[in-house]
Write a protein that binds this ligand. Sequence first.
Ligand code: CIR
Length: 252
Amino acid sequence: MYTHAITRKPGVDFAQGLTTSSLGPPDYRLMLAQHAAYVQELRSLGLEVIELDPLPGYPDAYFVEDTAVVTPEAAVITRPGAETRRGEEQAVAPVLSRYRQLFWLESPATLEGGDVLMAGRHFFIGVSERTNQAGAEQLGAILAGYGYTWVAVPVGEGLHLKSGVNYLGSDTLLVTAQFAGEPAFAGYKQILVDETEAYAANTLWINDCLVTPTGCPNTLEQLYSLGFKVIELDVSEACKMDGGLTCMSLRF
Ligand code: CIR
């Protein structure tokens, strides 16, 4: 069970963050409203939310998930692969140090939390444009020290591993077609997201409740019919910045 989450308010400069999307310019007021609703939802799900202020000079800093990997035993401070984001992790470390023993990844490792998927005592670590093999190995070694197992997963297309696959508890993964045949996921029950709704793969699993992005009705129905408790949340403005539901918090 998660008890806490760390979030960071988007700054006025958030539209200057990295993006590959062609969905148009995001709106700041709408972003703030959607972010506030997101924080409120985490609270409704029973989490104590530590909400940090915007980080000047770091327009992507509200995607806090990328700055750390938190387990029940420890927190690993990452080394973001995006150079413009390097430094965000320094700002999160003091907050996490109040809750967990800290570990730090070191050069030449690069790793962003969006590439790290925890499934019980097992971790999938995406090797992507942002996370390199050294990053996966350094993180894996720290996790192994606590008895976790891990496997590297090539991400290929897309930003992060969790852009295309997430864990829903009970050995179940929500996957896009891109990841459906991935050998590392064999042995897990897989729910394939509708091909027109790949964005819904970034669904957030919190204490037996799923939070999915609005605008993905087929996924919503599919999850309902499988017996999941599902809440929809509109994150259209984060989507324009290549982010989604998991990216905007660290849960622990
Ligand atoms: C970036 O490109 O780094 C941000 N604009 C989006 C980060 C999304 N984070 C995530 O998926 N964990």
